[in-house]
Design a protein around this ligand. Structure first.
Ligand code: ADP
Length: 503
């Protein structure tokens, strides 16, 4: 099993390592500085004591000189005093030796002093005690040898003290630099550690963000590679489980949708034949009015009308089910716009006349042919005009216009009826949606006409939109592509025509 500590454990390890590094560097640094300080203080004290002992050596030598050659003529040289002074010289020399701390220069200087003093005592002091005056140059040479050695020892001691101070300064500076470098190194190590930690999370988190984005974009097969610290790995597993469940649900939903579509398709298809038969027989009966009494005739009319409505609803349902199943086919061909608009205008004209509505068809001059299935686009226009006729009140004005907009042909059906507000416009192309208004509710309908119009327009590669302000009527526009070899249609020049009037 690979070592994969949790986020908290990683942070804890990081902090412990950082803390330990900082502690070690600080302790070593402080310890070293303390040691330098103690050393320095010891050295300084020792050198001061050594200087003191040098002075004592000098004093002892002066006493020896005084014992061997008294200052006044009536005093005699004293062996006892010479011995006492020589003993204090020897004591001072032995203490000084201890204080040299085996410093070779100082030891050599001390040895030289002791040797000079011994030589002086032997060759100058002892003869003087025994009243044998040594030759003056010998006495001068030996005396100044002692004095010079004493001076040299004192000078070297001072020099050694200065060196000790300089060394302490240099050591302190070097140690401070080392500690600073150590602390910097520890911080750098911490930085590397934490950036490693962040990097170990960044890649799996990036994969999760990317996966979530793809999932939100609809790619339900998206899965992420599980990795990183335990928490992020758990998140990755949870993400994959969620994606699995979403994919399962989507498959199930698709299956149910498919079943529903198949059901609607089959039922509408099966209902079509009997309804057509009922409608046919009812129309046959109404055609034989003479052999029916008035109640029978009325009943036959109601049956024919209801069967007609039922037939339209079944056809609409069938179209939608086919559209959902991808089975709604159009047979697009270069279609002249003017003749299409006029054909539909002619068919719809009785409806407008029945409500005393004014109806105009306006087609721009020299429009090229559209690439469309004339039957299906006729159905779209009929749906829009039927709505305008149904929802606009008596005496209203309805207009069907066709113009060229850019590379497309735009059809617009407008009325000055009740119109729709913003909320209603958002749903106007939804299936089975009908406005709550009294205008809508007082008129029959299924809420399928605009949904079918939208499907058909989109199948042609076009777009349909609705514009309206409540109380000021509504305009439904759709655009269709121009046929590839869509030559301008040289028909009659543009003018307003009454629907159905000869172009
Ligand atoms: P139907 O007309 O069978 O109810 P449609 O899909 O054709 O179904 O229309 C949906 C709804 O849109 C209608 O019920 C009506 O409320 C509203 N509508 C459509 N056309 C118009 C229009 N020209 N003026 C006002 N409302 C309309």
């Amino acid at each position: 099993m690979s070592f994969n500590p949790s986020l908290t454990a990683r942070l804890r390890i990081g902090f412990v390592v950082l803390f330990a590094l900082l502690l070690i560097v600080s302790l070593l640094g402080v310890g070293r500085l303390f040691q330098i300080r103690v050393h320095y203080e010891n050295d300084i004290t020792r050198y001061f004591q050594l200087e003191l002992e040098s002075e004592r050596l000098r004093s002892a030598f002066i006493l020896e000189q005084a014992a061997a050659r008294p200052a006044t003529a009536h005093q005699q040289p004293s062996q006892v005093e010479l011995n006492q002074a020589a003993a204090s010289f020897s004591d001072a020399a032995s203490r000084a030796r201890d204080l040299t701390d085996d410093d070779t220069v100082l030891v050599a200087k001390l040895n030289q002093l002791v040797a000079s003093e011994t030589a002086w005592r032997k060759k100058v002091a002892e003869p003087l005690i025994h009243e044998q005056v040594p030759p003056a140059p010998v006495e001068r040479r030996l005396t100044s040898a002692v004095t010079n050695s004493g001076d040299a020892l004192a000078t070297d001691t001072r020099a050694a003290r200065d060196t000790a101070r300089d060394n302490a300064r240099t050591d302190t500076r070097n140690t401070t630099i080392l500690v600073a470098a150590g602390l910097g190194g520890a911080l750098l190590a911490a930085l590397i550690l934490f950036s490693g930690l962040i990097n170990s999370m960044r890649a799996p988190l990036g994969r999760l963000v990317e996966g979530a984005r793809r999932l939100a974009g609809g790619d339900l097969r998206t899965r992420v590679e599980v990795g990183g610290p335990v928490e992020i790995a758990t998140l990755g597993r949870a993400f994959n489980e969620m994606a699995n469940s979403l994919e399962r649900d989507a498959r199930e939903r698709d299956r149910i949708e498919q079943m529903k579509d198949d059901f609607v398709l089959t039922v509408s298809h099966e209902l079509r034949t009997p309804v057509t038969v009922v409608k046919g027989f009812a129309e046959m009966l109404t055609a034989q009015r003479k052999s029916l009494n008035s109640r029978q005739f009325e009943a036959a009319e109601v049956i024919a009308e209801s069967a007609g409505q039922l037939q339209k609803m079944i056809n609409d349902l069938l179209d939608l089910a086919r559209s959902d199943a991808g089975k709604l086919r159009i047979e697009a061909e270069p279609t002249p716009v003017r003749s299409l608009a006029q054909r539909i205008g002619r068919q719809m004209r009785p409806n407008f006349e029945g409500k005393a509505q004014s109806f105009t068809v306006s087609v721009e001059k020299d429009l090229p042919d559209i690439d469309a299935d004339p039957g299906r686009i006729g159905q779209v226009l009929a749906n829009l005009l039927t709505n305008a006729n149904k929802y606009a009140p008596e005496g209203a004005q309805v207009r069907l216009a066709a113009t060229k907009v850019g590379d497309e042909i735009e059809f617009a059906v407008s009325d000055n009826g009740p119109g729709l507000d913003g909320d209603q416009l958002e749903h106007v192309f939804d299936r089975f949606w009908r406005a709550d208004s009294t205008e809508t509710q007082s008129v029959g309908g299924t809420g399928l006409g605009l949904a079918i119009a939208k499907s058909l327009v989109e199948l042609h590669g076009g777009r349909i939109t609705a514009n309206s302000s409540p109380g000021e009527g509504a305009t439904f526009r759709f655009v269709l592509p121009i046929a590839k070899d869509g030559r301008p249609n040289r028909e009659a020049p543009t003018r307003r025509t009454k629907a159905g009037a000869a172009g």
